[in-house]
Ligand binder design. Structure first.
Ligand code: FES
Length: 76
């Protein structure tokens, strides 16, 4: 038996080995034939159920992330 591999990215998408066929709450079907499909976990994606990296902007707005980025900007 082969298993579908799913990897959950902390504060990011869920990476699913494709191709996938997703049934949405309204019953519609969404298909992707990519070898790895990033599924949005934050529900901010404009192409939901797929990840469009909008989760990164959310992370950037937190004070800790801003402080970390400021520290990175001063290095090098
Ligand atoms: S997890 Fe990437 S946009 Fe939602």
């Amino acid at each position: 038996m082969s298993c579908t591999r799913i990897r959950v990215v902390e504060r990011g998408p869920m990476l699913v080995d494709g191709p996938v066929e997703i049934t949405m709450p309204d019953g519609s079907q969404v298909v992707s034939d990519r070898s790895v499909v990033a599924l949005c976990m934050c529900k901010r994606s404009k192409i939901y159920p797929f990840c469009d990296t909008s989760h990164r902007a959310r992370r950037e707005r937190t004070p800790v992330a801003k402080a970390g980025r400021a520290a990175e900007d001063t290095v090098g």
